[in-house]
Design a binder for this molecule. Structure first.
Ligand code: 3Y8
Ligand code: NAP
Length: 250
């Protein structure tokens, strides 16, 4: 009897949840609990960590999970690594639903860096106006360059003081629109954009806006992850589950 654990938190995970609900597959949606009020899902939803790999193995057994879909984020490296380990330990098959990285096109002025520290080094010394669109978990490293004016976009208002002396904060949950991001970046006279190479449509707007504004983008490569079965197609995941075709209710 199929029972799916869908590790969510992205646009693709929400699309996957809709397909599973439509096909009436027995599934649980899982959020980390990173935001105050995550958007609702059409599946029974759990919120919070599992308690590492052992906690996840215990969950898989207690909940009699037969399949894991990891639709987290290319930068959710810890969750994804735990899912691979728990899948092997509990002998529960795993598939990753993930979008491809963005590729630079004509008119893009991108500077790819391997990690957050390299993104900080890639910023100039001269005072600049930086749109730091990487969320709130990796801001501390940028305190090494306090001379810049930083524009931050966060999902929830910060609970403690931020490690940067000169910040403007926008509270917003994506997906974002290119026109909206172009207006935001013009209004704040942004000179540099820092972003994660998340891929997908939900975070792409700021890159389209940077292209239109001829701005340099410092793009952080996604962390390397163990070999896993990966796809960027919801239908392919439904086939993998053995429910191909049922999502159209046939
Ligand atoms: C808690 C669930 C959906 C999912 C929507 C996608 C698109 C909009 C764009 C920018 C970049 C960033 C950030 C971002 C985007 C989608 C997707 C995506 C980037 C929510 C959500 C949760 C999170 C967690 C949050 C992180 C942060 C990262 C903000 C919900 C809204 C920067 C990633 O305040 C914090 O602690 C935020 C933490 C992890 C990265 C970081 O390290 O700070 N996502 N984002 C999920 C959970 O609890 O399990 O609240 O509804 C989901 C989405 N955020 O169904 O439509 O698919 O990527 N999320 C990045 O890509 O760089 C914003 O501002 O332009
Ligand atoms: P992470 O660093 O890889 O994971 C840290 C810990 O958070 C995990 O070990 C796990 O705790 C818990 N966790 C993460 N995702 C979970 C999920 N979907 N369900 C239950 N527990 C989860 O994760 P992250 O990068 O902070 O991402 C957290 C959430 O935000 C995920 O849902 C992800 O999809 C979403 N998100 C992240 C980004 C990003 O830039 N990182 C972007 C968009 C959306 P335990 O060890 O206790 O099990």
């Amino acid at each position: 009897m199929t029972r799916v654990l869908l590790l969510g938190g992205t646009t693709e995970a929400s699309q996957m949840a809709r397909a599973l609900a439509k096909a009436e597959v027995d599934a649980v949606f899982s959020y980390a609990g990173r935001t105050a009020a995550p958007i609702g899902q059409p599946l029974p939803t759990r919120i919070g960590g599992f308690g590492g790999v052992d906690g996840l193995v215990g969950y898989l057994r207690t909940e009699r999970i037969t399949h894991i879909i990891d639709a987290t984020h290319p930068f959710a490296a810890q969750m994804s690594a735990n899912a691979v380990d728990a899948s092997q330990m509990a002998q529960v098959p795993l598939i990753v639903l993930q979008r491809a990285p963005w590729q630079a096109g004509p008119g893009d002025n991108w500077h790819s860096v391997p990690d957050i520290a390299a993104a900080v080094s890639a910023l100039p010394e001269a005072k600049s106006r930086v749109f730091l669109a990487i969320g709130k978990q990796n801001l501390t490293a940028f305190a090494a360059k306090p001379q810049h004016q930083y524009l931050l976009r966060l999902v929830d208002p910060p609970e403690e003081p931020l490690p940067l002396p000169d910040v403007s904060i926008v509270i917003a949950r994506g997906p974002f629109g290119a026109d909206e991001d172009e207006r935001l970046m013009t209004e704040h006279r942004i000179t540099h954009l820092v972003a994660k190479n998340a891929g997908g449509s939900g975070a792409e707007a700021k890159l389209i806006a940077a292209r239109a504004l001829h701005l340099p983008v410092i793009l952080i490569d996604r962390p390397a992850l163990a070999d896993r079965q990966e796809t960027d197609s919801v239908d392919r995941v439904m086939e993998w589950l053995g429910h191909a075709g049922t999502e159209r209710g046939v």
